[in-house]
Design a protein around this ligand. Structure first.
Ligand code: PRP
Ligand code: URA
Length: 206
């Protein structure tokens, strides 16, 4: 399952973040802004609870978020989306998965993992700007499922049909939200036109 979140503000920011002339400061700001828009949509069905709030005039019947949410950025580039999602859900807990793609095979290797102990009952949200072959996302989903996570969402900025198919075939129950579905992967398994290497662009390591 996937959803391409389209909105004029997202389209505008995608044009800017794709631009090879956008340096790491601008790239980071745009990644945060786009993530906010996509997460806003991804969170539209989370559970609420009724609460009574006293205004200066009367009691208002209100609703507040009633879910235990764990955000899981895939290192490194996923860290560029973390502040945005935490500003929407400040009470979320955070798990980390360190994955690095091999430059030749494009297969991910795990170099770090630190998850909150209890992730069974809430929603786990994996964040990574790029879902290319899907290998890194599939590895992160597998780790979460091994720890008992049942409701998993993925939020990315750019993906492509090949990656969506790979994740969908492996985990049809996981819903993916993205700002863009680009046409294809190139022979180095980079998304085209894409953003280039998101980690390098976020952190100025080009
Ligand atoms: C990038 C990106 C994803 C992965 C996507 O990370 O941030 O994690 O590649 O590719 P895939 O869908 O084919 O697995 P990379 O391994 O380059 O590490 P980095 O975040 O440290 O730059
Ligand atoms: N990783 C990136 O940073 N970009 C891609 O297009 C593919 C993998």
């Amino acid at each position: 399952m996937y959803e391409e979140v389209k909105h004029p503000c997202i389209q505008h920011k995608l044009a800017l973040i794709r631009d090879v002339g956008s340096g790491h400061k601008i790239f980071r700001e745009l990644a945060t802004e786009i993530t906010m828009f996509v997460c806003y949509e991804a969170l539209k069905n989370i559970r609420l609870k009724d609460v009574d709030v006293e205004t200066p005039l009367a009691v208002a019947k209100c609703q507040m978020i009633d879910e235990d949410i764990v955000v899981v950025p895939i290192l490194r580039a996923g860290i560029g989306m973390l502040d945005a999602i935490l500003s929407l859900i400040p009470s979320a807990r955070v798990g980390f998965v360190g994955l690095e793609r091999d430059e030749e095979t494009a297969l991910p290797t795990t170099y770090y993992k630190k998850m909150p102990r209890q992730i069974r009952d809430g929603i786990s949200i994996i964040v990574d700007p790029m879902l290319a072959t899907g290998g890194s996302t599939i590895a992160a989903i597998r780790m979460l499922k091994e720890q008992g996570a049942e409701r998993i969402l993925v939020v990315c900025i750019v993906t492509c049909p090949e990656g969506l198919k790979a994740v969908g075939d492996a985990y049809p129950d996981v819903h993916i939200y993205t700002a863009s579905i680009d046409p294809e992967l190139n022979d180095k398994k980079y998304i085209v036109p894409g953003l280039g290497d998101a980690g390098d662009r976020l952190y100025g390591t080009i």
